[in-house]
Design a protein around this ligand. Structure first.
Ligand code: ASP
Length: 334
């Protein structure tokens, strides 16, 4: 059939393709045949090819792996109508965010999915996740999405919320792009559309550090980090974006880091809602000292964005800082 869609599955590893009979520690097995053998019905959806790019527990994913996935997609973007990336659940949200920043003006679906149980297990979420991801990849969804347990999320808005539920992902600050039930309900109104020609932008810096604030944290330990080559910090503060500002105050750290030309960004340990540091004095002081709010980005999306922006701007935090508050791929609501 000439109008049959062409899809490429790119395997990167994770539980989905593992051999369920192997005892711990689980290692990815001979994934390609196993996967395709278990979803014979997928051939009705499209003409499907599969590329095994690597076979990693996603805890071992590194920025060079993100770039390899993006390159594999960019090289074949004209050959296929859509892409499904099989990925371990643990760092899937990081990869999804990274792909969303790298694949500029993406005109077709790139859907990441995985599973809590291997595809060859009797009781598994892998088959439905994969088949539905493939079906979504035949639709008009020009975004990097993450499909899990009946919902397609914008990739850079998703996070792994449960270790053992089949319903393992959430998108606390942005609605699902699509929901799969009896019908596939796509929210066309929220989809992003390309505004120019597709191109690939690679390059990540890892001279960043995320620090979770906690009562009792010694500011001296933060000050010591200013002696290192770290260029940007992601402070995980509290609630609306507050930080200790009286006893054991981190404000001098923020001020000193900023004076040295480093970047300090501020997110929250609360999962839902928008960081609005101006609401409380303990947040206002952080902003006055130079901290930049992560607004409603997930900490994952903000962290990968810092890596990406520093990568794009020769590790110059001042240039990266100017771009940080703007949306690259819908990861924040202006
Ligand atoms: N440890 C696995 C991974 O992230 C878990 C999974 O795939 O669900 O690769």
């Amino acid at each position: 059939m000439s109008d049959e869609k062409r899809l490429l599955i790119i395997n990167t590893g994770g539980t989905l393709g593992m051999d369920p009979k192997k005892t711990a520690p689980l290692a990815p097995g001979a994934v390609a045949e196993r996967v395709l053998r278990h979803i014979p019905e997928a051939r009705e959806l499209a003409n499907i090819d599969m590329q095994v790019l690597f076979n990693l527990d996603s805890a071992n994913m590194q920025p060079n792996h993100w770039e390899a996935i993006a390159r594999a997609i960019a090289q074949k973007v004209d050959e296929y109508d859509g892409f499904v990336v099989i990925h371990g659940t643990d760092t899937m949200a990081y990869t999804a965010a990274a792909l969303s920043y790298m694949l500029t003006n993406l005109g077709k679906p790139v859907i990441l999915t995985g599973a809590q149980r291997p595809i060859a297990a009797i009781r598994t979420d892998a088959r439905t996740n994969l088949v539905q991801a493939l079906e979504l990849a035949t639709c008009d969804i020009p975004e990097v999405g993450l499909y899990f347990s009946s919902k397609l999320f914008r990739g850079n808005r998703a996070l792994k919320a449960s270790i053992d539920d089949f319903d393992a992902f959430a998108s606390p600050n942005f609605p699902a792009l699509a929901e799969v039930g009896l019908n596939i309900d796509i929210r066309h109104g929220v989809l992003r559309r390309p505004t120019g020609l597709f191109h690939l932008q690679t390059g990540f810096s890892n001279k960043i550090l995320s620090v979770r604030l906690f009562p009792g944290l010694r500011p001296e330990s933060l000050m010591q980090l200013l002696e290192t080559d770290i260029k940007a910090f992601l402070l995980e503060g509290y609630g609306a974006g507050t930080v200790p500002s009286t006893e054991r105050s981190v404000i001098p750290f923020i001020r000193e880091a900023t004076a040295q030309g480093k970047m300090v960004t501020l997110t929250s340990q609360a999962q839902t809602g928008r960081v609005e540091p101006a609401i409380y004095e303990a947040g206002c002081l952080a902003i006055e000292a130079g901290a930049i709010s992560c607004q409603d980005m997930t900490p994952t999306a903000a962290l990968v964005k810092l890596m990406f922006l520093l990568g794009q701007f020769d590790e110059d935090p001042r240039r990266a800082a100017r771009a940080f508050s703007q949306s690259i791929a819908g990861e924040l609501t202006p």
